[in-house]
Ligand binder design. Structure first.
Ligand code: GLU
Length: 542
């Protein structure tokens, strides 16, 4: 009775009962095996690869089980929330093609029957359940003022909160109705705390689909359920939302394992069946001292999902790389099924790696090279141009002015090639990689080569005629080289190198250097075709 009176005092505006709420959020009509899961980001304006990893895992699990996937914004921490943050999240997810069955549009319209899909709009719902717990004596109001400065907090905890080492009971847990009323009459704000039933020596076991059974110390702390603004911090919101919204599987980072015992006690207090957990490992990097550490927003540009967009990586690169991290079987699957879309690769929650995956940029770029190599010249050109329009307007103008030239460049050693060249991993690198197309190179011949290079290139420029095939091009070079004292047969050259100025390869090297400024390049014949007669002659003469 006392508790009911306190509950009414604290929540005079809440008239709905828990049953009435459940009537509005009926059990979902899903079959065994269909997974209902969600991505529940806190919109901070930064999409961390770890969060995206989680989103991608849950998206796949829902999709592969013909289940339901929804997006819920966890915007209860107003201090952290940034204005544009929701839009940034939407943009990043849609860029990567992650689709939701249920969500709230950026202009505030709920799609789906279990909304609002934004926590800050669910205050009433949380309060119904908080009121219920207070009425049942399982929760209580706490009027402790937020103390300034850390020292005060510690002092307060030492003297008041800690009954023994093992548990943290709040000083307000046993206030009388009169005391509560005096506070309310005084206009004091309050938080709602769980009255933990534990003493600090209990242990629990809970199941995780990736890690199996986990044994841990039971919660023994009067954790906060509602803050003084009536909005819950993560644990209570998680229990209420994932229950009402019919989540069957919670995929979240393994940093949540430590607080799961508190979540479990909240589910129990509410009388809700516990949801199934799937705590994914966190993506790591090798740190400066050779140590393995969590990939971090502070130190690693790769932690930010916009990095990949800015660098112009194909979307598939990041998705396929993450699939590699999720399940090591993906690599073999990809080898055996080079032409299937990544989404054909299916995995179960129990098949997700339990070991923290290591982010390795070399492997990442290798995967990307394979993906870029599959693009036709036209596709690569389109992607390059689209990237340039965002990040390099000068380049975009150049690409758009001569589409045929740049499509040919993109198609070089790629379109129709039995073994397409695997050299490009993102669009950002292409301008530099093909710099000899954009500007005449600075060429330096080695001292020993200078005289020969001058003689050969002068003759080549004088006789230059555009060839129509690579073979014809090579024949022309060979004939000229032969007439100038180069070996056209490598065996003869190897037997008596002193009889020659070099072999045909040496002559090709002179041309390559004059044209590209580099000793290595894709097919020279094609590059020269792209540059055109006039430019080729100018470079040879230079
Ligand atoms: N808002 C939490 C986070 O971003 C959600 C965790 C969860 O998925 O339950 O970490």
């Amino acid at each position: 009775m006392k508790n009911q009176k306190i509950a009414d005092l604290l929540f005079p505006h809440i008239h709905m009962s828990a049953e009435e709420v459940f009537a509005k959020y009926p059990k979902r009509n899903v079959q065994d095996g269909q997974i209902v899961t969600r991505f529940a980001p806190s919109p901070t304006g930064f999409v961390h690869i770890g969060n995206f990893f989680q989103a991608f895992i849950s998206y796949n699990l829902a999709k592969n089980s013909n289940g339901i996937y929804f997006l819920r914004f966890e915007d209860t921490d107003k201090k952290r929330e940034k204005k544009e943050a929701k839009q940034i999240l939407f943009d990043a997810l849609s860029y990567y093609g992650i689709k939701y069955d249920e969500y709230q549009t950026p202009d505030g319209k709920d799609v789906g029957d279990y909304g609002p899909y934004v926590q800050s709009q669910r205050g009433q719902l949380y309060q119904v359940f908080a009121k219920k717990l207070v009425a049942e004596g399982k929760a209580f109001p706490c009027f402790c003022k937020k103390t300034e400065g850390k020292e005060d907090v510690l002092k307060q905890r030492e003297t008041k909160w800690l009954e023994n080492d093992a548990c943290e009971y709040d000083p307000c847990r046993d206030l009388s109705y009169e005391e509560v009323k005096a506070h309310i009459d005084n206009g004091d704000s309050f938080a709602i705390r769980l009255r933990t039933k534990n003493k600090g020596d209990e242990r629990i076991v809970f199941n995780d689909l990736i890690k199996g059974d986990i044994e841990a110390k039971a919660n023994a702390k009067d954790v906060i359920l509602l803050k003084s603004d009536g909005i819950p911090p993560y644990p209570f919101a998680h229990a209420v939302d994932d229950t009402l919204m019919g989540t069957t599987l919670v995929v979240r980072g393994e940093e949540y394992i430590a607080s799961t015992p508190a979540h479990i006690e909240i589910f129990e207090a509410l009388g809700f069946p516990l949801v199934q957990y799937c705590h994914n490992p966190l993506i790591c990097k090798i740190g400066e001292e050779g140590n393995r550490r969590k990939i971090s927003k502070r130190y690693d540009p790769e932690a930010n999902m916009t990095y990949y967009i800015e660098q112009g990586y194909p979307k598939e690169t990041i998705l396929e790389y993450l699939l590699n991290m999720i399940n090591s079987g993906f690599e073999i699957w990809r080898k055996n099924n080079p032409d299937l879309h990544w989404s054909e690769f299916k995995f179960k929650p129990t098949e997700i790696t339990a070991v923290a995956p290591l982010f390795d940029i070399v492997k990442f770029n290798d995967i990307s090279k394979n993906i870029v190599a599959k693009q036709s010249g036209q596709e690569l050109y389109n992607n390059w141009l689209a990237w340039a329009k965002e990040y390099d307007s000068g380049l975009a103008t150049a690409l758009a002015a001569e589409p045929n030239k740049y499509i040919a460049l993109c198609a070089m050693d790629r379109d129709g090639a039995a073994k397409p060249r695997k050299d490009i991993y993102n669009y950002e690198m292409m301008k530099d990689y093909f710099k000899y197309i954009f500007e005449r190179p600075q060429v330096e011949f080695e001292d020993a080569d200078k005289a020969n290079a001058k003689e050969f290139l002068t003759a080549y420029a004088e006789n230059y005629k555009e060839a129509s095939t690579n073979e014809e091009w090579f024949e022309n070079v060979k004939t000229l080289a032969g007439s100038l004292g180069y070996a056209t047969d490598n065996k003869l050259y190897k037997a008596n190198p002193e009889n020659y100025k070099g072999n045909v390869a040496k002559a090709c090297e002179f041309i390559r250097l004059a044209i590209t400024g580099q000793k290595n390049s894709p097919t020279l014949f094609t590059i020269m075709q792209i540059l055109g007669d006039e430019e080729v002659k100018a470079r040879l003469n230079k």
